[in-house]
Design a protein around this ligand. Structure first.
Ligand code: URQ
Ligand code: ZN
Ligand code: ZN
Length: 574
């Protein structure tokens, strides 16, 4: 068990101030290399072989392990007042659990009450979080209503408070109508902010729920029955259409169904700049739990959009991540105890929505994605860290292991196994939707801003060690045609970074001369989408036979390179 310790000035943590990580396989979103990493004062200072480092530096031997950029969970709700109660993981417990699982940064949501000033709500969140967070964090801001004042405050948040993304709801009693969504997306477009959307048709859900209750269906199974896949897919489509009218990129949070992901795929092919986030809950479990006879069990799985009864959903969503149709994974960690879930004992509409995931996201995705051979480690890094860093403009400070980046690093043991359980997790909640799941892939060390916070598996977080990180607007990876153009000019059209830009998604350019399509090889992308035919000779991850143990056991080469083509994986030699 961890014991929170008092914040110690960084210069007094002498043994942890300087760190050398040796002999590991360093994974980025596009390659795996054999390199050592030297960290000082929270920053990565050197990467390479035979580094010259000061005496007294702590050395961690990562032989046989992967060295990953710390996970970024772009979707949490800590100490969130919602549906008449408050989520039980606060910014301390929540970020402690995040770190225990290999996540070194979270992005939470400011949730103003209807009519409340966005700025006031933002300050309330800063006040709640700043002294408690064990890792760095940023904030999205939700728009639960629309007004001229909201519009003005969005600008202030972007210009003065380090916010670059806003979430709008198409369900719940604080949903925006289509005209309001249009205005909100339009304002995002002017500010260079990312519009996020919770896509479900709220009006249809309300009618369905009334009908189900009238038939006597009051239990958690009614939650899913009232919000079937097409209700999610319809809203995703509508959001994509509206975003396209104002030509602003759209980020669809918690894509929970095949139908919704397919709509994103189609929208992307039509040239809408759209990014999709799915949840570890959707990848790791399914909607069969709503039929469980125990209310606490079934209600413990209630979130919106719901888990899907179609048992092929988790695998399909994982494949969508592998193909680049979806780019990001979050937890949507929004935890309520059994006693809180009982608020909906007689009416499923009142069950507080939300599940755990911030602690287990990395392990569950490794188990279901990498261990099964669907993702390789570089795609794992892309979908658990790098893509979120790029989309929310935290890259390259976060989301990669590079000189000058924050030393947020995970030493990942792909062979170790742990069994997830409410009895051993670090979250405050008394239920775990992944109970009993055995996961290969355990963080042996987790380094947060240069401090070893998981040390040979032992959790040693520091309350308040994290900081608020500002997210500037106009993220170059989704907005800046000039960045793309100069990259292309420098690298003669086909280069890793352009590939990356395409792979993280759908770089839709107004100026056709900048469009990457014509200069890429025929076999590569055929549209500005990240997804296209697999270039010759490049391995199809779906048919991959790569082996983690082989990779880690091979005689050490000076460099193992694995390139990611747009939309897939991966050539190179292992
Ligand atoms: O919709 C969300 O993200 C929050 C408000 C609640 N959690 C959930 O059920 N997904
Ligand atoms: Zn939502
Ligand atoms: Zn959420």
């Amino acid at each position: 068990m961890s014991t929170p310790v008092k914040k110690v000035p960084i210069h007094l943590q002498s043994s942890q101030n300087r760190l050398l990580i040796k002999n590991g396989k360093v994974v980025s979103d596009e390659e795996i290399t054999d390199e050592d990493i030297y960290v000082e004062d929270g920053i990565i200072k050197q990467i390479g072989k035979n580094l010259i480092i000061p005496g007294g530096t702590r050395v961690i031997d990562a032989r046989g392990k992967y060295v990953l950029p710390g996970g970024i969970d772009p979707h949490t709700h800590f100490e969130f007042e919602f549906m008449g109660t408050k989520s039980v993981d606060d910014f301390y417990n929540g970020t402690k659990a995040a770190v225990a699982g290999g996540t070194t940064m979270i992005i939470d949501f400011v949730f103003p009450k209807k009519g409340e000033s966005l700025i006031d709500a933002y300050y309330e969140y800063r006040q709640k979080a700043d002294g408690k967070v064990c890792c760095d964090y940023s904030l999205h801001v939700c728009l639960p209503y629309w007004s001229e004042q909201v519009k003005k405050e969005m600008e202030i948040l972007c210009k003065e408070h380090g916010v670059n993304s806003f979430k709008m709801f198409m369900a719940y009693d604080f949903m925006l109508n289509d005209a309001e969504l249009y205005s909100a997306f339009d304002q995002c477009q002017k500010l260079g902010a990312l519009a996020q959307v919770h896509a479900e048709n709220g009006l249809v859900i309300a009618k369905n729920a009334e009908k189900l209750l009238a038939k006597g269906i009051t239990g958690p199974e009614g939650h899913e029955l009232s919000r079937p896949e097409e209700v999610e897919a319809e809203a995703v489509n509508r959001a994509c259409v509206i975003a396209k009218q104002v030509d602003n990129p759209l980020y669809v949070v918690h894509v929970m169904s095949k139908s919704a992901a397919e709509i994103l795929d189609q929208a992307c092919k039509r040239g809408t700049r759209v990014y999709g986030e799915t949840l570890v809950a959707a990848l790791g479990t399914d909607g069969s739990h709503y039929k469980h006879e125990c209310f606490h069990h079934s209600a413990g799985h209630v979130l919106s959009p719901p888990l899907r009864p179609d048992p092929t959903t988790p695998l399909s969503l994982m494949n969508f991540l592998a193909q680049g149709v979806l780019q990001v994974t979050g937890s949507d960690n929004c935890t309520f105890n059994k006693s809180q879930k009982e608020l909906g004992k007689n009416d499923f509409r009142k069950i507080p929505n939300g599940v755990n995931g911030v602690e287990d996201r990395m392990s569950v995705i490794w188990e279901k994605g990498v261990h099964t051979g669907i993702l390789d480690p570089t795609t794992f890094v892309a979908v658990t860290s790098t893509n979120a860093a790029k989309i929310f403009n935290l890259y390259p400070r976060k989301g990669c292991i590079a000189v000058g980046s924050d030393a947020d690093i995970v030493i990942w043991d792909p062979v170790a196994i742990r069994t997830i359980s409410v009895t051993t997790h670090h979250q405050a909640v008394d239920f775990n939707i992944f109970e009993g799941m055995q996961c290969h892939g355990v963080p042996q060390y987790v380094i947060v801003n240069g401090r070893v916070c998981v040390d040979e598996g032992q959790l040693r977080v520091v309350e308040g060690h994290g900081h608020f990180v500002e997210t500037p607007t106009f993220a170059p990876y989704i907005y800046d045609p000039e960045k793309l153009a100069s990259l292309r000019a420098e690298k003669n059209g086909v280069d890793d970074e352009v590939d990356q830009l395409q792979r993280i998604h759908t770089v839709h350019l107004e100026d056709d001369t900048l469009c990457p399509t014509p200069t890429l090889p025929d076999s590569a992308v055929s549209t500005p989408s990240c997804r296209g035919a697999r270039p010759e000779g490049q391995r199809n991850i779906q048919q991959s036979t790569f082996s983690i143990s082989e990779d880690l056991d091979v005689e050490r080469k000076s460099c193992i390179r694995v390139r990611n083509p747009p939309g897939g994986k991966s050539s190179g030699f292992w």
